[in-house]
Each structure stands twice: as structure tokens, then as C-alpha cells.
Design a protein around this ligand. Structure first.
Ligand SMILES: *Cc1c(COP(=O)(O)O)cnc(C)c1O
Length: 632
């Protein structure tokens, strides 16, 4: 809770740790984006980018995509694999694919295909709509198009036909029943398919996606099923079509040892399948390459204990060793890194609308005429020291609750209740000061004392823009993007604009670890206060929902030039109210006509003047065509 005075005020946010050189605090206190951070190139003022977008009429909340980050990351993954391959003298290549489900947005996919093309970076699809997306892209012939997921004959049909057009499409068998469909369609179309087989590994990973690995995982074939598929393919004369072996451990694998163990286990299957006569040439290790959201560099849900270089090195080495031991040639290594490809490239920017304080109020005078609970509560002051904080906390909470109960029973009035609430806050605030000591104070007490942190009301919807924060307690770095040269004097949690009590953020990544509140600055009257949530490019966009009918935010894609200036290369306007109403099957025109009829009736009753009618209809239409978020 105590701020370290010697360090720069911005240092508490841990920007260096989780930012890994992507961000810096500029002299003016704004956050700077470092493009091409590995070479330490141009720094651009994020706050001025935001102002300049707002001046163009693109209002907050804004999802800002930085195209350069996407390009960097695609290069990073490909180069790391190629470096490991060269240094370990691995005798084959790497072919990455981007899993479309991680971010299906047209402009993102288009950029991934463009930036990926020099590396023959392909796509992975898990459904028919995603296959259609992939088939609408000009992938190079060298790039793979991998079809996972549960497939019907229509899906299989299209995937098979795409091979004739020059796509390098591989149909991965997820179940034994899929095999029948594939054989049937291939014979009917007289096309030799390129097939893959998804295996289920025994090795289980830790982290949020533990259940998608191991025996009970919903996907992949068990050893007996694998053999069944091999035998069937051999009997039907299709064994030579089996090109790829696939597995996917789950996302955000926290521990590099899991990567190594699973790769080794997958290689054993691979060697055995080749012995069975399958001419496998690709080993596909799925996704799982994680992001260090907290910068802790450890094996926990929101962190990882490895770098991209290590990840690539471990995979290449594990494949090489197993293949060499078995006397097998080296296959092409395929990975399906989604999160690690796109997470860095997007951030959510929003302004703070209002604040609720829980500060110490003016002194509360408790006299002998007051109720016993109130007097007892006042007396806690007499033993309020750091060593007795737990006891004080228990006592004040008990007495406060007693007054609340008495109020409920009609035994005390509103003035007494207000007195108790005020006194409670004062005492909690005094305890918070007492906690700023060298003495050890339990985490529980600190958390309870943090309950007086401010609530900063923020202009975004958690459900629309950060669904994983709500659903799986995902952590993202969140920081103010201005005044970082000023010591933040307040502590806050964030409350979003929905009226759902779950719409809040109360875990934050700081230098000292995970905190229940975020250090923020006092709001100023003349200036908007903006926060940024980083690394939101993976999964968040399509998982988001329309809770309270807050729709898609405005999206701006920028490209930063070598000079540090930026170009707005693409803009998508956020949903209007009329658009979100259509999603839930309203007809905005019909709503407007109903409203107009009511207004007209009021005019006939002489309850509204003609001028009032006009104002009323204009207000309705303006809202209907406006942004779903708070506009200023
Ligand atoms: C979701 C998914 C991925 C992407 O995983 P990341 O951890 O985001 O890299 C890759 N492959 C398959 C089969 C998936 O279902």
C-alpha cells in the first residue's frame, strides 16, 4: 500500500515488466508506444493519438489496433522458430497457422494474411463460417489451411474442393465418424484428400485450460480410435493421404515443461503412426503459446514461465531428439498460435465518467445519549494500533452491522444509521493509515481495508469488451495513460457502464504483484481521465456480448510510421442504438412510429405544443442513431 517515493511515479504499474519494452512513460507524463520495440524504434504518444481520434469524431470507448504490433509478433514467432531450426540443425521447416476463432474480424484476418505471407503463415478454421473466411483470402500455395472442429458433409465437401483451387487444405479427423463422411465425399468427388488426425494426449496441463487436455478432453482420438482410423484408411486405400498429426493442449499454457512433455508424447505417436505406414509430413502442436499478462514470469494462470524463443527452442529440440532417436526424418513443424499472435495488437481506451468516494467524513460526535452499538464503535479508536487491526476490523464491522439490524427492526432512525455508516468509514480510513507500517498485516485485513477504495465509473462494458475478465478472471494490464509523472494519490476499483454488479474490475497488475485496487489520480474538472487496457486482441472481440445492449465499440486501426507519426488506416464505427435493437429483433422504424403516434396523440390532446413535438422526435431519433456508450 505504501508508494515507493524514490521511483518515478509511473513505476508502480509494472509497465517495464509486462510491457517488455513496448511502452514507456514520456516526459509529459503520457504513455508512449514503442514501435518495433525490439529495435527500440520510434516512440509515439498514445494519449495524443487518442485525442486526435476523438477530434476526428471517433469517441471513447475505442478499441485501438496497432498494425505494427501484429506485424512484429508474426515476425517474432516465425523468426524464433527459424532461428531454433537453424541453430539446432533441424532438417525441415516451420509453418505457422492463425486460428481464426481467436480474432475473426475481417480487417485483422486480412492483415494477418498480408503480414504472414512472406512466412507462408496459414489459417486454421474450426467451423464452416471460418472456412468461408479462409477461402476468401489469397493464401500462398505454401501456406496451410487446417480444418479442425466437428465437420458435416458440406464442410468436408468445400474443404476437399478447395484443394483443386490451389489451397493447401488439410482435413483433420476429430472423430471416427468423421472418417466415414470424408471417405464418402472424397470418392464421390474423386479427390484425394490431405488428411490429418487429432490425437488425445495423456499429459495434462495446468492453468485455466487444464480440462481441455488429458484423457477427458472433448477433442481428439484415443489410442484405440487412432488405430481404428489407420486400419480403415489402409483398407480403403487412403493411408497415403494421412499427412498431418495434430494435438491442442488448450490455451495459455503456463509451464514450459508441459510444452516439452506434450511435444515429446506427441512425437511418440508420430513415430508409431509412421511405423504403421502413414506418410506423415507435418507435426501440428496446436496453440497454447501464452502471454505474460502480469509480467511475473511464473507458471500461473495469467503468466508464463518462458519466452517465445524458449517455446520454439523447446519444441524444435523435443521433435528433433525424438525423431533422431527413432531414426525418422524430421517433419515440418506446425503451430497454431492465436493468442500470442494477436493479443498485443489491440488495446481498449476509455474515459472515466464519475467517481464515488468512501473518504473519511467530518468527525462524528457520539454522545452518551447514543445507542450502545454506536458508543462501542466509537471506543474502538482507543485500541486502534497496527498490531490490533484484525480485532478492530472485526469489532467495527460487528457494531456497524448491529446498527443496520436495529434500523431494520425500527429501533433506530435514519440519522443514527447515517452516523454509524460515517463512523465506520472514518475508522476504516484510520485503520488504513495505521496499516502503512513495517509490521506484518494479513492479506485479509488489507483486502478488507481496501474496501474503501474509490469507485471510478468507466465508459465501457466489461461484458462487451473484456468478457474473459468477467468469465475466467483474466488479468490485463490496466493503467492511466496520462499524468504518469504525478504520484497517483487515490486508489480505485473500476465499475463499468452496465447496471450489473459483476461489471467491475477489482484485480490489477502492479509492480508489487496483483492488487485489489488501482492507483489513480484525482479527477480534474477540465480534463478527461483515460485508462487503457492492454493485450485485448485475442478472444475478447467476438466473445463479447450485448449485456444491457451496449454494442461494439468504435474501432480504429493505426499504423505507426518510422517517424513516429501515425496513419489511421481503418475505422469501424461502433454499433448505434438502432443496430443493437435490431440484434434483439426490434424494428427501429416501428419503434419510432409507435413513439411518433404517442407524441401526435399528445399534440391532439393539447398536452404538447408543435414545437415540443419536434424537440421530442428529434431527441428520440438522435438517440436511436447514436452510440450506445456515454457521449460527451
Ligand atoms: C483455440 C485453438 C487454438 C489457439 O490457441 P491459442 O492458445 O490462442 O494459441 C489453436 N488450435 C486449436 C485447435 C484451437 O481450438
Amino acid at each position: 500500500m505504501s508508494f515507493i517515493e524514490e521511483e518515478a511515479p509511473g513505476a508502480i504499474y509494472g509497465i517495464e515488466r509486462w510491457g517488455e519494452g513496448r511502452f514507456t512513460v514520456l516526459d509529459n507524463g503520457n504513455i508512449g508506444l514503442i514501435t518495433n520495440h525490439e529495435k527500440g524504434e520510434a516512440t509515439t504518444d498514445l494519449t495524443s493519438i487518442l485525442h486526435s481520434l476523438e477530434e476526428r469524431g471517433i469517441a471513447s470507448p475505442i478499441l485501438l489496433r496497432v498494425a505494427n504490433s501484429l506485424k512484429n509478433q508474426i515476425e517474432r514467432i516465425n523468426n524464433s522458430f527459424r532461428t531454433a531450426i537453424n541453430e539446432l540443425e533441424y532438417k525441415n521447416d516451420y509453418r505457422g497457422v492463425f486460428p481464426v476463432k481467436v480474432n475473426q474480424q475481417a480487417h485483422v484476418i486480412e492483415k494477418i494474411v498480408e503480414y504472414g505471407s512472406p512466412h507462408h503463415f496459414g489459417l486454421e478454421v474450426g467451423s464452416k463460417p471460418e472456412l468461408i473466411i479462409a477461402l476468401g483470402q489469397r493464401l500462398s500455395r505454401e501456406a496451410l489451411l487446417i480444418c479442425n472442429g466437428i465437420k458435416d458433409s458440406e464442410f468436408i465437401n468445400l474443404a476437399l474442393l478447395s484443394n483443386n483451387l490451389g489451397f493447401n487444405t488439410i482435413i483433420v479427423l476429430e472423430s471416427t465418424s468423421e472418417l466415414d463422411l470424408v471417405l464418402e465425399q472424397s470418392k464421390k468427388l474423386n479427390i484425394r484428400p490431405q488428411l490429418g488426425i487429432r490425437i488425445k494426449l495423456n499429459n495434462r496441463i495446468t492453468g485455466n485450460w487444464a480440462s481441455s487436455s488429458g484423457d477427458r478432453s472433448a477433442f481428439g482420438l484415443s489410442a484405440p480410435d487412432v488405430l481404428h482410423v489407420i486400419d480403415r484408411l489402409r483398407d480403403e486405400g487412403f493411408l497415403d493421404c494421412l499427412q498431418l498429426q495434430h494435438f491442442h493442449l488448450g490455451s495459455q499454457v503456463p509451464d514450459i515443461l508441459d510444452v516439452r512433455r506434450s511435444t515429446a508424447e506427441a512425437c511418440r505417436f508420430f513415430v508409431e503412426l509412421r511405423k504403421e505406414g502413414a506418410p506423415l509430413s507435418y507435426i501440428d502442436l496446436g496453440g497454447g503459446l501464452g502471454i505474460d499478462y502480469t509480467g511475473e514470469h511464473k507458471s500461473t494462470e495469467n503468466s508464463i514461465n518462458y519466452t517465445i524463443d524458449e517455446y520454439c527452442w523447446n519444441i524444435v529440440e523435443a521433435v528433433k531428439n525424438t525423431m533422431d532417436d527413432a531414426g525418422e526424418t524430421h517433419p515440418t513443424i506446425v503451430t497454431e498460435s492465436g493468442r500470442a499472435t494477436v493479443a498485443y495488437s489491440s488495446m481498449l481506451l476509455f474515459n472515466i465518467l464519475d467517481v464515488t468516494h468512501f473518504d473519511e467524513a467530518d468527525d462524528v460526535e457520539v454522545t452518551d445519549d447514543d445507542s450502545r452499538s454506536l458508543r462501542d464503535m466509537r471506543d474502538v479508536e482507543n485500541y486502534l494500533t497496527a498490531s490490533r487491526l484484525q480485532e478492530c476490523l472485526n469489532d467495527v464491522t460487528f457494531y456497524r452491522d448491529e446498527v443496520r439490524r436495529n434500523f431494520g427492526r425500527g429501533e433506530v432512525g435514519l440519522r443514527d444509521l447515517a452516523k454509524a455508516e460515517k463512523l465506520y468509514l472514518n475508522l476504516i480510513n484510520r485503520m488504513r493509515k495505521a496499516a502503512e507500517t513495517d509490521e506484518w498485516i494479513s492479506e485479509d485485513v488489507l483486502t478488507a481495508l481496501d474496501s474503501t477504495a474509490d469507485i471510478y465509473h468507466a465508459n465501457f462494458s466489461l461484458f462487451q469488451s473484456l468478457p474473459d475478465v468477467w468469465a475466467i478472471d483474466q488479468l490485463h494490464p490496466i493503467i492511466p495513460i496520462q499524468r504518469l509523472n504525478e504520484t497517483p494519490t487515490r486508489r480505485a476499483i473500476l465499475s463499468d457502464i452496465t447496471c450489473d454488479s459483476d461489471g467491475k474490475v477489482d484485480r490489477f497488475v502492479l509492480t508489487d504483484g496483483i492488487s485489489q485496487s488501482l492507483p489513480v489520480h484525482e479527477l480534474s474538472k477540465d480534463e478527461q481521465y483515460y485508462l487503457a487496457v492492454f493485450f485485448v486482441g485475442a478472444y475478447q472481440e467476438t466473445l463479447g456480448d450485448l449485456h444491457n445492449l451496449f454494442g461494439d465499440t468504435n474501432v480504429a486501426t493505426i499504423e505507426i510510421a518510422d517517424s513516429g507519426d501515425f496513419n489511421l488506416i481503418h475505422e469501424v464505427e461502433g454499433d448505434t442504438i438502432a443496430e443493437v435493437l435490431r440484434y434483439v429483433e426490434y424494428d427501429p422504424l416501428a419503434l419510432s412510429n409507435n413513439f411518433k403516434a404517442m407524441v401526435e396523440e399528445a399534440v391532439s390532446r393539447k398536452a404538447l405544443t408543435l414545437k415540443e413535438r419536434k424537440t421530442m422526435m428529434n431527441a428520440f431519433k438522435e438517440s436511436l442513431n447514436g452510440y450506445t456508450y456515454f457521449e460527451h
